[in-house]
Ligand binder design. Structure first.
Ligand code: URA
Length: 214
């Protein structure tokens, strides 16, 4: 199945109760289908539901600025959410909704095959790590999983609601930029091709420079 086919298969999804609770559009995802970096948020909000595109409201405008600060653009990365339909009144996703939609996020990740997945907020982080871990404990660091590296970040909407989190989020995007710069440095590329890297145990913070070279 291609990414387009997966998108089409969810166009009028009726698999969970969100289909009947005021959803306007299924928000599949947007960006470069061959991206090596993917961002995963929680769920569409009002604007996303209207436009059918993730992160187009206030949190999206902040995300665009943060991407720019890390030397990234929307067209370079791929952006999706854990759940593809807006929960009524932007309430938290419920477990059955996550359980229903998660396989499609995983399929999306498999088809795009990114090297780095930046999770935005608790929901995306816990869904991808499959662990009940608080975002403040793991944010701003690279965690190697079997198929890709996870880089958890605070959710931009949290920084909009709690202004004191904005500097932390900006700092973590600086850490992301530093990480990308290290991965893309000639030294990192050479060290990867010169040696056969042994992957650290799944779910542990990554210290090896083996992200973009392998
Ligand atoms: N918040 C999210 O988690 N996703 C969006 O697409 C918009 C806001």
């Amino acid at each position: 199945m291609t990414l387009q086919e997966l998108n089409a298969s969810l166009h009028d999804c009726q698999r969970c109760k969100l289909a009947k609770s005021g959803r306007t559009k299924v928000v599949f995802g947007v960006g470069n289908p061959n991206a090596s970096i993917m961002f995963v948020g929680e769920a569409p909000g009002f604007n996303e539901d209207q436009q059918g595109e993730p992160f187009v409201g206030a949190a999206g405008k902040l995300l665009d600025k943060l991407l720019e600060s890390a030397g990234l653009s929307r067209s370079q990365v791929y952006i999706a959410n854990v759940i593809k339909c807006r929960p009524p009144n932007n309430r938290d996703p419920e477990q059955d909704e996550v359980d229903t939609c998660k396989p499609f996020l995983l399929q999306q990740i498999e088809l795009i095959n990114p090297k780095l997945v930046c999770t935005l907020g608790n929901w995306a982080t816990q869904t991808i790590l499959e662990k009940k871990v608080g975002i403040t404990k793991v944010k701003g660091q690279a965690i190697k999983l079997e198929r890709f590296v996870v880089f958890p970040l605070l959710h931009p909407a949290a920084a909009l609601h709690q202004g004191n989190l904005l500097d932390t989020l900006k700092d973590d995007f600086k850490k992301l930029k530093a990480y990308l710069d290290r991965m893309n440095s000639p030294a990192a590329q050479a060290s990867v091709t010169a040696s056969s890297p042994t992957a650290p145990a799944s779910g542990t913070p990554q210290s090896q420079l083996d992200l973009f070279g392998s």
